[in-house]
Design a protein around this ligand. Structure first.
Ligand SMILES: [Zn+2]
Length: 264
């Protein structure tokens, strides 16, 4: 069973599916996808993820406001986030975090928003979905002060070094790799992926962005997580079925969800 630990269903390109997300999900299931984490990028998108989770047993929601959300003005309303986070089908809080690669002008907003999400996650006892880019120290600072290591979370679309991965693992985090790990020039990242302990690994698409090789440059789909899984399984010297089973167990354990299909 394949698991996509991070995608954005409300941003997927549905033109090949007559505009039908259901049709895309049906195809993804036929390709072996057993579950996915549907990640909200603002409050409206988060509400949509909750609606989708109510309709699809294999789709689990995460609610939050993305650090690169366009021109944020007010900080996310903590009570509202708490209310959304407590909804049925919501298994995580985020994505949140700090990105200094694409935007270092609103660092104060990003850091404060990140703290709000971390507090909500802590109060609800749900894991945190974190986006971190060129912001190792800033990210770890918030994780250290605000996250419950018993609950932890995931550093999604990981592109940092081993020191960052190890520090996050010590704070109860999983490390999730996207299609970037399959890119030709990503040798250093593959070295990091090879060192992450099997019981702390996840794989994702971050669809519709970052399609893995051989789909690089095209629109991404959740079922393409198979290419990411193939790459990381090889780095760990594991057979595909065994690797996929380990990833499914990690997803189930981090997000507290039961996976619908029986293990082979
Ligand atoms: Zn994302």
């Amino acid at each position: 069973m394949l698991i996509d630990s991070h995608c954005h269903p409300d941003r997927l390109d549905l033109s090949a599916y007559d505009g039908s997300l259901d049709a895309l999900l049906t195809e993804a299931r036929s390709a072996g996808l057993g579950a996915l984490l549907a990640v909200g990028i603002d409050l409206e998108s988060s509400r949509e993820m909750i609606r989708l989770a109510a309709r699809h047993a294999d789709l689990h929601a995460s609610v939050g406001v993305h650090p690169l959300q366009e021109r944020p003005t007010a900080l996310p309303d903590e009570d509202l986030l708490l209310e959304l986070g407590a909804s049925t089908g919501v298994v995580a809080i985020g994505e949140t975090g700090i990105d200094r690669h694409y935007d270092s002008d609103n660092l104060d907003w990003q850091r404060e928003s990140f703290r709000i999400h971390a507090r909500v996650a802590r109060r609800l006892g749900k894991p945190l979905v974190v986006h971190s880019r060129d912001a190792r120290a800033e990210t770890l600072e918030v994780l250290r002060e605000a996250v419950d290591p018993e609950v932890g979370g995931v550093l999604h679309c990981f592109t940092e070094n081993w020191d960052m991965a190890r520090a996050a693992i010590e704070l109860g985090f999983y490390i999730s790799f996207s299609g970037i790990v399959t890119f030709r020039n990503a040798g250093e990242l593959r070295d990091v992926a090879a060192r992450v302990p099997l019981d702390r690994l996840l794989v994702e698409t971050d669809a519709p962005w970052l399609a893995p090789v051989p789909f690089r440059g095209k629109t991404n789909r959740p079922q393409y997580v198979a290419e990411v899984a193939r790459c990381v399984a090889a780095l760990h010297g594991l057979g595909q079925a065994e690797f996929d089973e380990r990833i499914a167990a990690n997803f189930s354990s981090l997000f507290g969800v039961e996976l619908a299909v029986a293990q082979a």
